[in-house]
Design a protein around this ligand. Structure first.
Ligand code: SF4
Length: 341
């Protein structure tokens, strides 16, 4: 029976190279991909998952994709090891990933888990001390191999047992990507779209919206997290949040996201954004929301125009006349970038 290993595969360059290094030792690799509402690689055509699937197909790997759902969002509210430079709970996030990878390793009878991590590449989760914490708390001490920097790390169990030849592993470290790019050329790997392993939680603008939602909702749902990726976001009260589409695609996405109880806004007679208001006191804010909708429309800004609104799940429609909100008033309603206090 061949030796199997679980490779955490994002589809980015580092995890792809790690797969190559392990495959070259004659070990069967099973790819494991984690998706979350915060993957910055997700674009219209190619998200992290599709990149990982593409790499798996090219290398003939079996792949399993797991989704970080409600459990992840709960962790995000209060990560035991805190946040990085924005709202990224990297240590807890890695612990969660490795716990799941460990379960899968045991399920399929694999001997170890490996990643494309490089020591010193990321300030929070790829430091020697935090790597140790992550291994310990995920219950995978000695079973996590990092082929790209393994020779700079203590020997792992698969190396000690002779399953993996340590001499054929690498010793890359630091933030420079020169060596990875050179290796990509050697292995004829092209087209690595997500080489930075993008995560929206590291972006302060996005993190501001996450923080706002965490502060104002008892339960952080996956569908709420997905909505953070689109539109302009405003906070009107503790119980009312407004999102406006920035283009046709976002307008359509917002329209599809309307839930019973939400208020939806559109302009009558002019091009403008679709507006979605969520929260228990949204109706009392309808005049102000209408003014925001007019501000982002093609309607004249110096006269009142008609805005229609209705409640999701109900047929009846109301309308009111509204003039564009001033920039200074609007500024106070925008959800701001996240800053550590
Ligand atoms: S950057 Fe994002 S995905 Fe990566 S470890 Fe940190 S929180 Fe997790």
């Amino acid at each position: 029976m061949s030796t199997k290993a679980i490779g955490l595969l994002s589809g980015g360059l580092d995890s792809t190279l790690a797969v190559k290094v392990i495959q070259e030792q004659g070990i069967e690799v099973i790819a494991l991909n984690f998706m979350s509402p915060f993957c910055a690689c997700t674009s219209k055509n190619a998200g992290c998952k599709s990149e990982a699937v593409k790499v798996s197909n090219e290398f003939g790997l079996k792949i399993k994709c797991l989704y970080h759902g409600e459990e992840y969002l709960e962790m995000l509210r209060k990560p035991r090891h805190g946040y990085g430079r924005a709202l990224n709970p990297c240590i807890d996030c890695r612990i969660m990933m490795f716990k799941k990878a460990g379960e899968y390793m045991r399920e399929v009878g694999a001997s170890f888990v490996f990643t494309g991590e490089v020591i010193g590449q990321r300030p929070m989760s790829q430091r020697r001390d935090t790597m140790r914490v992550i291994e310990k708390e995920s219950g995978l001490e000695g079973y996590i191999l990092r082929p790209l920097c393994a020779r700079l790390m203590p020997e792992t169990i698969p190396e000690k047992e002779g399953i993996v030849d340590r001499e054929k592993l690498l010793k890359i470290n630091g933030r420079s990507r020169k060596e990875q790019i050179r290796l990509a050329g050697e292995y004829h790997i092209e087209d690595f779209p997500c080489s930075s392993g993008g995560c929206l939680l590291t972006e302060k603008g996005f993190a501001g919206k996450v923080k706002d939602l965490l502060d104002h909702s008892g339960v952080f749902r996956v569908q709420d997290a997905r909505l953070l990726r689109i539109g302009r976001h405003f906070r009107l009260s503790d119980h009312c949040r407004v999102i406006l589409g920035r283009d046709e695609t976002e307008n359509t996405a917002l329209e599809k996201s309307v839930e019973p109880g939400d208020l939806k806004f559109i302009l009558a007679g002019h091009n403008g954004p679709f507006g979605l208001a969520r929260g228990t006191d949204s109706a009392s804010w309808a005049p102000l929301i209408s003014r925001i909708v007019v501000r982002y429309s093609s309607a004249p800004k110096d006269e009142a125009v008609e805005v229609k609104f209705s409640r999701g799940g109900e047929g009846s429609e109301e309308s009111l006349m509204a003039q564009a909100i001033s920039e200074s008033q609007l500024d106070g309603l925008r959800i701001k970038s996240f800053e550590h206090r």
